[in-house]
Design a protein around this ligand. Structure first.
Ligand code: HEC
Length: 122
């Protein structure tokens, strides 16, 4: 029983972090990375290379949380990527960056769900 209660607490802890992260994302990241995180935001047509598509599972195999913390807080240039990926370390505090990463990790599952829903409509 005790164990179950702890499991549940952890789950709601993660869910709360994801929900806060989604707010951060919608405010600061969506304009480039897209409403669903698929790299197709309003600005994306002007960006070369394009913003990362977070639905891409290969991306998640390549990165860990520490690398994501670095690129998000210090910007693309700090890791040899595009200068068009801004540095957020002065705008977001470390816990907000942790939250936004928690949200980004939900994007592949959300994309799959959306694709399945679309298919069942046709
Ligand atoms: C002005 C447009 C823009 C905004 C706003 C933006 N990004 Fe990006 N982001 C980019 C571009 C462009 C890339 C691709 C860089 C590359 O591949 O060289 C990128 C790449 C990334 C990557 C992948 C780095 C990698 O290892 O491939 C992460 C993670 C990321 N962005 C997170 C965020 C988060 C979180 C926010 C909001 C806090 C955000 N971005 C806001 C343009 C943007």
């Amino acid at each position: 029983m005790q164990k179950l209660a702890i499991g549940h607490d952890q789950q709601s802890f993660v869910a709360a972090s994801q929900a806060r992260g989604k707010k951060v994302y919608d405010h600061y990241c969506e304009i480039c990375h897209g409403a669903e995180g698929q790299g197709d935001g309003f600005n994306s047509a002007m960006l070369d290379p394009p913003p990362r598509n977070f639905a891409d599972e290969a991306f998640w195999k390549r990165v860990n949380d520490e690398q994501l913390q670095t690129v998000i807080s210090r910007g693309g240039e700090s890791v040899g990527k595009s200068v068009l990926m801004p540095a957020w370390g002065r705008t977001l505090d470390p816990s907000q960056i942790t939250d936004v990463i928690a949200f980004l990790r939900t994007v592949p599952a959300l994309a799959k769900k959306a694709a399945a829903a679309e298919e069942s409509e046709n």
